[in-house]
Design a protein around this ligand. Structure first.
Ligand SMILES: [Zn+2]
Length: 274
């Protein structure tokens, strides 16, 4: 028995991760090209016919791309997405999404032996009306194991923290360094949105959320693996994101978390819980 997880790509060029157990294989987001997804899944020994479903966080093109939609449709993969996300995708891609095999989700649902809980996060603009975070839970030897997944949110509230408590594997965005964002060449309106409560998460905010989640977790092996995701190419570096989180954890005496930074165009190491 096992619960495995791999981030295929993370960032504004495309997001896609995969979770698998003996019974189910689930894609989270499909914002890369069909070619990239196919090749990277194949490297893990996963073929499109093995995919049970895809779960979509929101309708920005880096989370559901035209090529990604094509991949899901071509392979008849059921897509779990919220009704509002369907509307957003329909506005963007028009007829292409009419063929969607859409499974509207409400708060909780099950994909074979993976229990999925969804919760709303803080990320919206004129094209995207709602964004969701998820937890994926799987029972092994009478114990629940959990993956927490939040890649786009402008802020973290108590409800998000509560959802992520006791995750064994946590994926949280650590999008920008405040100084780099302020001095970046990006248009003022874009920078204002990124830094807003509806944009993305700063390194310091990701760091304090991880510390809080760890301190509130009671489960054995909680936050054993933490992936810092959606790291900006323009206003952050992997080193800064890691350093900020490491310093915060150290200042609170938190040890024993294996930290990774998720790359834009390179698969992360597979982590498996057995
Ligand atoms: Zn987004």
């Amino acid at each position: 028995m096992s619960l495995s997880f791999c981030i295929l790509a993370s960032g504004s060029n495309g997001n896609c991760s995969v979770i698998w157990t003996e019974k189910a294989t689930v894609l989270i987001d499909c914002g890369c090209s069909a070619k990239y997804i196919t090749e990277n899944l194949a490297a893990l020994g996963i073929f499109p016919r093995n995919l049970t479903a895809a779960v979509i966080t929101h309708a920005h093109a880096d989370h559901i791309s035209a090529s990604g939609i094509g991949f899901l449709l071509k392979n008849n993969i059921p897509i779990y997405l919220h009704e509002d996300i369907f509307e957003d995708a329909f506005r963007k891609y028009g007829k292409k999404v009419e063929e969607y095999i859409s499974m509207p989700f409400y708060e909780n649902f099950k994909i074979d032996d993976i229990a999925v809980e969804s919760f709303e996060v803080y990320h919206r603009d004129k094209n995207v009306s709602r964004t969701f975070g998820f937890t994926f839970s799987h029972e092994m030897n009478a114990r629940q194991y959990k993956i927490g997944y939040v890649t786009d949110t402008g802020m973290i509230c108590g409800k998000i923290i509560r959802n992520l408590i006791n995750s064994n594997i946590l994926v949280l965005e650590s999008n920008y360094n405040r100084i780099m964002l302020n001095s970046s060449f990006r248009p003022y309106d874009n920078k204002k949105w990124v830094a807003s409560s509806w944009g993305h998460l700063a390194n310091e905010d990701a760091a304090s959320a991880i510390a809080k989640i760890k301190m509130l977790s009671t489960g054995r092996d909680s936050l054993k693996y933490v992936f810092l995701a959606h790291i900006s190419n323009h206003h952050n570096t992997h080193e800064l994101a890691l350093q900020t989180v490491k310093e915060t954890l150290l200042s609170k005496g938190i040890l024993g978390i294996r930290l990774f930074t998720a790359k834009r165009k390179q698969r992360c190491p597979v982590v498996s819980i057995r």
